[in-house]
Design a binder for this molecule. Sequence first.
Ligand SMILES: [Zn+2]
Ligand SMILES: [Zn+2]
Length: 414
Amino acid sequence: MKYRAIKGVQDILPPDVYLWQEVESTARQVFAPFGYREIRTPVMEFTEVFTRGIGETTDIVEKEMYTFNDRAGRSMTLRPEGTAPVVRAYVENHLYSLPSPQKYYYIGPMFRYERPQKGRFRQFHQIGVETFGEEDPRMDAEVLDMLRCFFERVGVDNLRFEVNSIGCDECRPIYRRALIDFLTGQIDSLCSDCKRRYEVNPLRVLDCKVKGCGEIKKKAPGITDYLCSGCREHFDALRGYLELLKIPFRVNPEMVRGLDYYTRTTFEVTSEFLGARSAVAAGGRYDKLIEEFGGPAVPGIGFAIGVERLAALIKDRHGIREPVPTVYFAAIGDEAEKAAYKLASEMRTKGIRVELDYSGASLKSRFRKADRLKATYVFIFGEDELSRGTVRYKRLSDGEQGEINKDDVMQFFG
Ligand SMILES: [Zn+2]
Ligand SMILES: [Zn+2]
């Protein structure tokens, strides 16, 4: 019996895993100076957290959630995204009573039942942030600035920052009306999904990736022409601050994002290397969501970065820097092997990466192995060295050789 991983999920193996670690630690380093602290929520929640939070008529809730009944018959869902759980935790733990704004980040797996294809997985990973309690557009620009900083630090450039405003409760219904009027004349040309979206959630038509619908949406009225004065001012100010921070961006009036909870600012970061419409990060403002969860009227804004896509981008451009052994031990003879075994333990305790070899193979084949492992040094340890209380070393990069006192090994590595 041979077992296989479930379709659409994958193992993250070395050396790729080093890339993931680097991405994660860079996120922690970049977010900290902006005042973000980590939050860890469970990977599963009661299903209502998502149906309520994300919206009943979104693609995620309609067809992509891993939902099941537990043994007590309660409906559970593996989290398809990170915002709803963090908002649930924020409200449940009264985090709104702490000084505003409260800033959190999370790192972890998400689950969506999507058609597996290149670059899309059913268990995928996100690094996300959520900021609660600040409605000023400077916070929107700050969040985008943090994203810019993050991508700079992981070494990915040529990114496009696209921003939009999708308005508020006051102005969006007016836009919705105008969009419905427009779509009514085009209804026969819409794809079958969009015919249904037209009924239940017409803004979602703007998210459609079907080609024919793309042609129609080019002619559709743009939401930015329908913003109320409050949303207009917020959006104008955001663009001003993005210019001040020299973040290159473009306004994309078609971008509504696939979730219902957004208000005002939405944004995406895309790369030409990922192909059309594939964001490496995306987010937006959600000023009504906390109330929706039974909390106070607190505004919020956040984003999520797709780790799989980002890792692929970095691997493409820079490859992977995998840590290598500092020392490969080649000890010959029982006594020498014993002494090497003990010395290796001392070195590892001090944090030096040492590879031991229990094969008893020839010196030549050990050197070959040290080469394959890309070790920095080979330590040669035979009867002669043992009797002199020394160890011979060879640096593989340039062949430099020498002999050091066994007691000076730690100093040798400074
Ligand atoms: Zn508005
Ligand atoms: Zn469509």
